[in-house]
Design a binder for this molecule. Structure first.
Ligand SMILES: Cc1cc2nc3c(=O)[nH]c(=O)nc-3n(C[C@H](O)[C@H](O)[C@H](O)COP(=O)(O)OP(=O)(O)OC[C@H]3O[C@@H](n4cnc5c(N)ncnc54)[C@H](O)[C@@H]3O)c2cc1C
Length: 306
């Protein structure tokens, strides 16, 4: 119920204005977002890489409705990739891209062209791109763009969401050699017709999907903060004899940093997903919907006068 209310608020411009102008919002945002500028993203990346973590960088923004916004997003990624390469931060750092920020909502070909330019820049910088997955109405289009991109850039990664009923089958399709798949639970509000609704059903699906990916020939990227899913991931890595070069754990910037360090210290590859940029609202609201404890933290910061 609370999750549905917060996810509805994530689409409300009135609530966005209220939250954006509230005192101390900036302090809360800073916990989950590296900063507004490309330089902030680079600084955060350097710190994480120095701590033995890999990174994927997300320039915040989604649901783009104008071609020039999509072009600006593409150009920001090109600039970021050049800076990462020049700073010697590739291949440890790669980028995550939302096709909706590149024009997918109004012109799939434009989104593909923009994504292709980003893949070419990543390739030149010696690193990779992962296509984030958004709500279920975009899944087919995103997987279609992925398969076109992979013809020239085979290391382009996909994200599959365990809450979708279709995902076990998508995992089978994408578990072949050379395929990079980030498995997450899923962050959008989806109808029962396409998605499991209870946490238990989603967790069971996550484990089934993990089994398919970890027993397959691709490169699984297990994106979760859930201690049970992480423990099962460690177990499957032993069972299928997957060392740190054959799969990785992924977590979000600012969430369970001690667990990220613990896993890296145990010899696993751990990648932190680092968002940066001005358009933090939708991202932050999805993080709040996932965890009521974050809401308490956020609410306290909003009303604090100190
Ligand atoms: C790297 C990465 C990339 C992602 N990309 C996408 C994407 O492209 N598309 C998409 O739809 N979703 C994406 N997600 C979000 C994902 O779908 C989930 O919404 C999100 O990760 C929450 O699910 P969870 O598996 O972490 O565990 P949850 O089911 O939210 O939580 C399970 C347990 O994990 C622990 N936990 C969770 N959060 C915290 C916290 N803040 N502090 C302490 N413990 C915590 C708690 O023990 C909790 O009970 C991504 C997530 C990650 C980590």
């Amino acid at each position: 119920m609370l999750r549905s209310v917060i996810l509805a608020a994530s689409r409300s411009s009135q609530v966005e204005r209220l939250v954006a102008t509230a005192p101390y919002t900036r302090d809360v945002v800073r916990r989950f977002v590296a900063g507004a500028a490309t330089e902030d993203a680079l600084r955060a990346t350097r710190g994480l890489v120095d701590d033995g973590l890999a990174v994927t960088l997300d320039h915040l923004g989604e649901d783009t409705v104008r071609p020039e916004q999509a072009t600006a997003t593409r150009d920001e990624y090109l600039k970021l990739l050049k800076m990462l390469g020049d700073a010697g931060l590739t291949p440890a750092a790669e980028v995550s891209v939302k096709l909706s920020a590149l024009g997918q909502m109004f012109d799939e070909q434009l989104a593909y062209d923009n994504a292709r330019a980003i893949c070419a820049a990543a390739d030149a910088a010696g690193t990779t791109v992962t296509l984030d997955m958004e709500d279920h109405t975009t899944t087919d289009s995103t997987l279609e763009v992925l398969s076109r991109l992979r013809k020239d850039f085979p290391s382009t990664g996909a994200v599959l969401q365990a809450y979708l009923r279709r995902t076990e089958s998508d995992c089978r399709e994408l578990s072949s050699a050379g395929s990079r798949v980030r498995l997450c639970k899923g962050a959008y509000k989806e109808p029962e017709s396409v998605a499991y609704q209870s946490a238990r059903e989603v967790d069971k699906s996550y484990v089934r999907c993990m089994n398919i990916l970890m027993s397959g020939d691709g490169y699984p990227m297990l994106a979760t903060h859930d201690p049970r899913m992480i423990a099962i991931g460690e177990d499957r890595a032993r069972w299928f004899d997957r060392g740190p070069e054959r799969f990785e754990f992924q977590m979000l910037y600012g969430i369970r940093p001690e667990e990220q360090a613990r896993l890296a210290g145990d010899g696993y590859t751990v990648r932190t997903y680092v968002p940066y940029g001005d358009e933090w609202y939708g991202y932050l609201m999805r993080r709040l919907a996932e965890r009521p404890a974050n809401l308490v933290f956020f609410g306290r910061a909003l009303i604090s006068k100190k």
